[in-house]
Design a protein around this ligand. Sequence first.
Ligand code: DQA
Length: 244
Amino acid sequence: MKTILIMNGPNLSMLGKRDPKHYGSGTLQDLEQACICKGIELGVEVQCFQSESESAIVSKLHRSMGKIGGIVLNAGAYTHYSIAIRDAIELIHIPVMEVHLSDIHNRESFRNQSVIEAVCARQYCGMGVKGYLLAMEDLVKEYFKEDADTVAAPADELSVERAAIDEIDRQMIRLFEQRMKHADRIARIKAKSGTAILATNREQEILEKAGGSVDEEYAEYARQWMQETMRLSRERQSEVNTKE
Ligand code: DQA
C-alpha cells in the first residue's frame, strides 16, 4: 500500500488559535484526522508530520525518499522564502502537492510568491482543509495509477470500517500512553509537594462523565474502562512516588 505524507510547517500547530478568517476554526489534529479518513477512503496509508523548523522539514523530505509515494505539503511561511525546502523537494523525486489553507494570492504581497511552486506538482490554495483532501485525491489519481488495480481499488465497505477501527485502536493506544506519561509527571510534582496521590472526587467525576458520554447500554463498560485506566495510572504514580 502506498503512503501519503501530510506535512505541515511552522505555526500550523497553532490552528484553532490563528485568524479563523484565513485558517478556519479547526485544529491541526482535526485537519490530520480528516486526511487520515480520506486515506482510508482512497486505500492509502497516511502519515502526518508537523514541524516549526526548516531543518526538520528538509530532513523529513530526505528521509521520505523511497518510502513515501506522494506528499501534501503546507510549508507555511517557508513557502515564501525557503530555498532549502525548494531544493529538497526537487531532489527527492516524489510528487509534492503544495497546499495553503488561505488564498496566498489575495493576501499581503509578501505571501503572493511561492518559491516552492515550480518544483511542486500543483498548488491548492484558499480551500481550507478541502485543499488537502483534493490534493490527496489527485495524488492517487495521477501518481498511484499503476497500483490502482491491485492496491488502490475502491475499498469495500468492510475494509473501510476495519481500517477505521485499526486507526482508532492506534489512537487509543497512543492516548493511553500519553495519559500514563502525564501520570508520571503528576506523580513527580506531587512527590515534591507532598500532595496525596488519590483525588477521589476527581476520579468520581471522571467516571460519571465517562458513563454519561455514551449510550446507556455502554455506560457501565465506559465507566469500568475509565476505572481501570485510572487504577493503572494511580499504580504508576505510586511507583514513581515511592522511588522519588
Ligand atoms: C499558509 C499561508 C502562509 O503565508 C502562512 O505563512 C502560513 C499558512 C496557509 O496555509 O494559508 O503559515 O501556508
